[in-house]
Each structure stands twice: as structure tokens, then as C-alpha cells.
Design a protein around this ligand. Sequence first.
Ligand code: FEO
Length: 169
Amino acid sequence: MLKNKMKEALNKQINEEFYSAYLYLAMSAYFESTGLKGFANWMMVQYKEEMDHAMKFYRYILSHGEDVKLMAIKEPPNKWKSPLHAFEETLKHEQHITKCMNDLVDIAEELKDRATYNFLQWFIDEQVEEEENDREIIDRLKLIEGSKHGLFMLDKDLAQRQYTPDTGE
Ligand code: FEO
């Protein structure tokens, strides 16, 4: 059983994760339409990972015998000024998600909900990795600014990213 405050906050996080998925799917479409297929692939993998995050919260709530409440997903933008702008927005969004995770941990601590506290630790670690990945790509985009060759090489690297389905283990 989850306390109401915890349940509501976890349900809200499902929505945050679905919005993240939606945002990165929109970015994938944007990159593909501008001919950057590697960038589009990277964002498509990100989209799938966000769907997995949403489902982790979904399963966690249900595993406690509680109701899942799905909310309307906000419309994401569909254009960015440049690849750098898109990745800066990605980092900003992930910083927001990190704050959401920290707030959830605060609620779990306040309610002495050890199970949820433990469940959230995976996400706390994941956020460090997500922000680091975004920063790395932002740094590379700043280094190659104005170089078509540099952008082409980075696109080739980002094409290598592969999705590994989350088996929940
Ligand atoms: Fe689900 Fe990118 O955090």
C-alpha cells in the first residue's frame, strides 16, 4: 500500500516520463527531417528509454495494488533552431526530471516509505548518466560549431546508439 501523497506523486511522474518520450520523439522527427539520421536515431533510442521509465512507475504503482491514473500529455515543440539548441533543451529538460526525482525521494523520506525510496535509487543514478550524456554531446557540438564535416562525423557516432529493452531486472 502506498500513502496518498506518494501515490499521487508517482502517478504524476508517469506523465513526466511520457512527456519526455514525446519530446524526444518530436526531436527525432525534427532531426530526421533535417537529414541528420544519426541524431534522429539517438533521440529515437531516448524516446524508447523514456517509455520504459514511464512503465517502471506504472508497474511499481500497480505492484502495490494501487490505481494508475494517466493524465493528458502536453504537446511538445516540433522545431529547434539548431542541433545545439535541441540538446541544450534536452539537458534543461533532464535537469527538470532530476529535480522531480529528488522531490520524489524527499516525499519517500518524509513518509518513511523505504520501498519507494529504494525503487527511486535506480532513477537517481540514471539521471546522473542522462545529464552527462547530454553535456558530452553539447560540448562536441560547441567544438565543431560551423563545421559541416564535424557535424557529419558526430551524426555517424550518434547512429551507433542502440536500444536495449528494459526487462525490469
Ligand atoms: Fe526518464 Fe530522461 O529521464
